[in-house]
Design a binder for this molecule. Structure first.
Ligand SMILES: Cc1cc2nc3c(=O)[nH]c(=O)nc-3n(C[C@H](O)[C@H](O)[C@H](O)COP(=O)(O)O)c2cc1C
Length: 409
């Protein structure tokens, strides 16, 4: 869980703990977040605009009637810019102003005009904090939807002990990590995925078929990982010996044709991961009864090409998922063939695995793969449990899905 690439607006109020806002600015900046600040008139008594500007590497905003930036309408643009607004320290006085909806200076006007979440970090003497007027304000502000962290119990600058001490910059940083992480979870929870797994069986007669050694484990582990991340997942699987957990929505099929139909019925989804080893061909004729030895004199089997499921999904005009991941099981020229498939099949990612090795790939609990991106980036995952590989694949998939979403990491 990392906190980076966020835009945080910090309003520094007029309390003795104001100097701690400088530490939070440093922490945020060190972790590649952008910070802008508004200093209230009283806040300026406790920290100087010079030190704030030096740490944020940006102008410190103070005045609502700033002739230099008035054209930008600061009280609107600052709020639009921010992912989150923090007031630290939030003084008793400031809470009163927010509670009655004042817009008397830049700080209060930005807040009143904002549709962003606002985190209040109160800091004050214990009696100020426990005063009924303050507590009424807190209740009121919580009802309005303001977020709170602290105050903590502890020794205060005034020498007294009790509730009113401001949460430390570290605690606030942790809170922010958690806050943005949960926002990501909400986004992930709204996603739908389909995963195909296992082999297909193409029957010649009721008992004989063409198939392959795919165990379905890797696809199943990917479906489990997606589910763990919170994605609503449907697994469409060929015949395997796996025992499936109930939490996963499973559609069992036998032939490539049936898999194609189930995939078609499961669309639209946001993410499709096609890990199944689908038979490219099926016998043109399937004998109704078991072929007798006498009938098996046939010299050759006539084949019909199966529908290409990955191709159908990734080139689908109406329902192409935002992200399509293919698998390329190869026995030679792994990279070359995988990249060719990635391009030909219009995939966003391709997972290349060498199935010629005995200890990984088909029918093994282990795998070693390369995740190849359509921008040419290659991530090599050395031999590891299929569950580990699945987790890494899903992490990469989600990062790619939210690649243009600055707030996702
Ligand atoms: C030395 C000093 C320390 C103060 N510390 C606090 C404080 O920790 N919390 C608080 O609520 N008010 C404190 N005050 C009172 C505020 O500075 C005062 O209410 C101010 O108007 C708040 O400004 P603001 O609304 O811009 O935050 C302090 C005042 C002084 C003189």
């Amino acid at each position: 869980m990392t906190l980076k690439n966020k835009k945080i607006l910090i309003i520094i109020g007029g309390g003795i703990a104001a100097y701690k806002s400088l530490d939070l600015i440093r922490l945020l900046r060190k972790n590649n977040n952008e910070v802008k600040t508004i200093l209230t008139k009283s806040g300026k008594e406790f920290v100087t605009p010079l030190s704030v500007t030096t740490l944020t590497n940006s102008k410190t905003f103070e005045n609502i009637f700033d002739k230099d930036t008035e054209a930008e309408i600061d009280h609107i643009s600052l709020s639009r810019w921010a992912d989150l607004i923090i007031v630290m320290p939030t003084t008793a006085n400031f809470m009163t102003k927010l509670s009655i909806g004042k817009a008397e200076d830049l700080a209060t006007t930005v807040i009143l005009a904002s549709n962003k979440n606002i985190l209040l970090v109160p800091a004050m003497n214990v009696r100020m904090w426990t005063h009924k007027a303050t507590q009424n304000n807190v209740k009121n502000l919580k009802n309005y939807g303001y977020l709170f962290i602290g105050p903590e119990k502890g020794e205060m600058a005034c020498g007294e002990y009790g509730e009113g001490k401001m949460s430390s910059p570290r605690q606030i940083f942790k809170y922010l990590e958690n806050y943005f992480y949960k926002k990501n979870i909400v986004k992930i929870n709204n996603l739908k995925a389909l995963v195909t797994a296992g082999p297909t069986k193409e029957y010649l007669d009721p008992v004989r078929y063409i198939s392959n050694d795919s165990s379905g484990k890797q696809g199943y582990e990917i479906a489990l990982a997606l589910k763990r991340f919170g994605v609503e997942t449907t697994l469409i699987t060929g015949p395997t010996n796996l025992i499936f957990q109930k939490e996963i929505k499973i559609k069992k099929i036998v032939s490539a044709d049936e898999m194609f139909e189930e995939v078609k019925n499961t669309l639209p989804v946001d993410i499709a991961i096609c890990a199944a080893a689908v038979s490219d061909f099926r016998p043109i004729r399937k004998n109704k009864n078991k072929l007798k030895k006498s009938q098996r004199k046939m010299k050759s089997i006539e084949w019909k090409e199966n529908r290409d499921i990955l191709d159908f999904v990734s080139k689908n005009n109406k329902y192409r998922p935002k992200l399509v991941v293919g698998f390329s099981a190869e026995t030679k020229d792994l990279n070359k063939n995988a990249i060719l498939k990635l391009k030909n099949k219009n995939c966003d990612l391709i997972i290349a695995n060498d199935v010629s090795k005995k200890d990984t790939g088909f029918n093994s609990d282990y795998n070693s793969v390369q995740i190849i991106d359509n921008s040419g980036k290659v991530q090599t995952l050395k031999k590891n449990k299929k569950s580990f590989i699945a987790n890494k694949i899903v992490e990469t998939v989600l990062k790619k899905f939210f690649v243009n979403d600055r707030n996702f990491n």
